[in-house]
Design a protein around this ligand. Structure first.
Ligand SMILES: Cc1cc2nc3c(=O)[nH]c(=O)nc-3n(C[C@H](O)[C@H](O)[C@H](O)COP(=O)(O)OP(=O)(O)OC[C@H]3O[C@@H](n4cnc5c(N)ncnc54)[C@H](O)[C@@H]3O)c2cc1C
Length: 417
C-alpha cells in the first residue's frame, strides 16, 4: 500500500509555496492540496491594488504552470475541509470524503472580520479577501460611486487610493485619531494623512459607527458620532481572524489571541501536523509571546520552514519580518516590528517623497520604515539580523552609502562583542 504523503489544507500563498518547497527539497511522496476556493493559489496583495484599477487583471498565479505539471501536486478545488482527526490521521471534506495523511500542513489563512450591520453578501457591502471579492468591488467602483470605507488600516487605505484613482468619491471612517499609529512613526502617519486628504479622500478620524441601514433605491446610510452619511457602496476593512477552527476542534493548541500555535519550525502541538501563514500564531526565539504576522513574506517564509521541518532537513533561518504596502503611487516598506516606546531617527524628508526611519531601543535597530526607499531598507537589513547596538546618530541616506555604513557598523559591533 502506498503511503498517503503530505496533505495540505488550504490552497493559498503558504500552501502553494510549501508544496513547491517540498518538491525542491526532494520529497517524492504524494502531495494533496485541498482548497475552499474555485481558483488555483493566487497572490492576494494585488487584490487591493492593481486588480481594482488596472485595465487588464494581472497574472496572479503563485505557481507557474510547469510547477503544477512537473510537481505532481493533486489540487482539490472548491473543497472544504471540515474535520481533522489527529489520532486517525484523517481529514474529512464537506462532501463526506475522508483523506488520510502521513503529515498534514494547515495553511488555511484567515477570514475578514465582519460587522453585523454590514453583512457579507449584501449587494452594496464589500469585504476584500478573495479574488471574487475584489472582482465584485472592481465592478462596483468602476461606476464611480460614493464609497464609505470602514477601517483606516493598510488595506482600507490601499482601497481608498485605488477607488479615488478611478473616480469614486471616498470617505474613510477610522476610530483612531491618527492613521496606522501602531505601525508608523508619528511623522509618517501625519504624512500619510495629508496625502490622502490632498488626494480628495474625506477622512473621518476618531469616528465611531453607530449602524448601517439600507435605504430605498439601494443607497446605504451610515450613522456615526460625526453625523450621518449616505453612500452607494460600503467597504469593510476591519482586520482578519485566523482560520483556526479545524485545529481548535481537533484539540490542537491555539494561541491566546487566536491562531494555530506553532513553534519556530511551524510545528503544532501534534507531531504530525504543521501550520504556516496567516492561520498561525508563532512563538519565535527571543519573543515573550506568540505573534501573528499577516504578511506575504511571512506566509512564504513559514511555508519553506514548514516544508523543511516536515522532511527533517536543515531549517532555513526565520527572516526578519518584512511588509510592504502601496499607498497610491507611494511604496512603504517595514522591516522588523514596531514596539511601544521606540526612539525613531529619520533621514530624508517625507515632503520630498523619500524618507527612512529607524526605530531603536538603546541603539539596537528594531523597526525600519522606508517611504519610497526600499533599497535603503535592504541595505541596513544586516543590522536588524544581527540585533546588536550601533551608533545610529550618523546613519546616512541612500543605499550605496548605507550599505558601506552598515558593513562598518557590523564590523564595529562584532569587534566589541
Ligand atoms: C487584499 C489583500 C491585500 C494584501 N496586501 C498585502 C501587501 O501589500 N503586503 C503584504 O505583505 N501582505 C499583503 N496581504 C497579506 C497576504 O496576502 C497574506 O498574508 C497571505 O496571502 C497569507 O497566505 P496564507 O496562505 O496564509 O492564506 P490565504 O492566502 O488566505 O490562503 C488560505 C486559503 O485557505 C483556504 N481555506 C481556509 N479554510 C479552509 C478549509 N477548511 N478547507 C479548505 N480550504 C480552506 C482559503 O479559502 C484560502 O484560499 C494582503 C492580503 C489581502 C487579502
Amino acid at each position: 500500500m502506498t503511503s498517503p504523503g503530505v496533505l495540505i489544507i488550504g490552497a493559498g500563498q503558504a500552501a502553494a509555496v510549501a508544496a513547491r518547497a517540498l518538491r525542491e527539497l526532494g520529497f517524492r511522496g504524494g502531495i494533496t492540496m485541498v482548497g475552499r476556493e474555485r481558483h488555483k493559489p493566487y497572490e492576494r496583495p494585488p487584490l487591493s491594488k492593481a486588480v481594482l484599477v488596472a485595465a487588464q487583471e494581472p497574472c496572479l498565479d503563485v505557481l507557474a504552470q510547469e510547477v503544477w505539471a512537473l510537481g505532481d501536486i493533486d489540487l482539490l478545488r472548491g473543497s472544504d475541509a471540515v474535520g481533522l482527526d489527529v489520532s486517525k490521521r484523517q481529514v474529512r471534506l464537506a462532501a463526506g470524503q475522508m483523506l488520510a495523511y502521513d503529515t498534514c500542513l494547515l495553511a488555511t489563512g484567515g477570514e475578514a472580520n465582519t460587522l453585523t450591520s454590514a453583512p457579507a453578501g449584501h449587494p452594496h457591502v464589500h469585504y476584500v479577501r478573495t479574488l471574487d471579492d475584489a472582482r465584485r468591488l472592481r465592478a462596483a467602483l468602476h461606476g464611480k460611486p460614493q464609497v464609505a470605507i470602514l477601517g483606516g488600516g493598510f488595506l482600507g487605505l490601499e482601497i481608498a487610493h485605488a477607488a479615488m484613482s478611478i473616480g469614486a468619491a471616498v470617505t474613510v471612517l477610522e476610530r483612531a485619531t491618527s492613521l496606522l499609529d501602531r505601525f508608523l512613526p508619528p511623522e509618517a502617519s501625519t504624512w500619510l494623512e495629508s496625502g490622502l486628504r490632498e488626494a480628495g479622500v474625506r477622512l473621518l478620524l476618531g469616528t465611531f459607527l453607530g449602524g448601517i441601514y439600507s435605504m430605498p433605491g439601494g443607497r446605504m446610510r451610515l450613522v456615526t458620532d460625526a453625523g450621518d452619511l449616505e453612500v452607494d457602496e460600503v467597504v469593510v476593512a476591519v482586520g482578519l481572524s485566523p482560520n483556526d477552527s479545524l485545529a481548535r476542534d481537533a484539540g490542537l493548541a491555539i494561541a491566546a489571541g487566536g491562531g494555530v500555535l506553532v513553534d519556530a519550525q511551524c510545528r503544532t502541538s501534534d507531531e504530525r501536523v504543521f501550520a504556516c501563514g496567516d492561520c498561525t500564531s508563532q512563538q519565535r526565539p527571543g519573543q515573550t509571546a506568540p505573534a501573528r504576522l499577516e504578511s506575504w513574506q511571512n506566509a512564504n517564509d513559514q511555508a519553506r520552514i514548514a516544508a523543511a521541518a516536515m522532511l527533517g532537513v536543515p531549517i532555513p533561518a526565520p527572516a526578519v519580518p518584512w511588509f510592504w504596502t502601496d499607498q497610491g503611487k507611494h511604496n512603504i516598506q517595514m522591516l522588523g516590528l514596531p514596539a511601544p516606546g521606540l526612539d525613531y531617527l529619520r533621514r530624508g524628508d517625507p515632503a520630498s517623497g523619500k524618507a527612512l526611519w529607524i526605530g531603536h531601543r538603546g541603539g539596537v535597530p528594531l523597526h525600519g520604515v522606508a517611504l519610497n526607499a526600499g533599497a535603503d531598507l535592504r541595505a541596513i537589513r544586516p543590522l536588524f539580523e544581527k540585533g546588536l547596538p550601533v551608533p545610529l546618530d550618523d546613519f546616512p541616506l541612500n543605499a550605496t552609502n548605507l550599505r558601506a555604513w552598515a558593513r562598518q557598523m557590523q564590523a564595529g559591533a562584532a569587534a566589541t562583542v
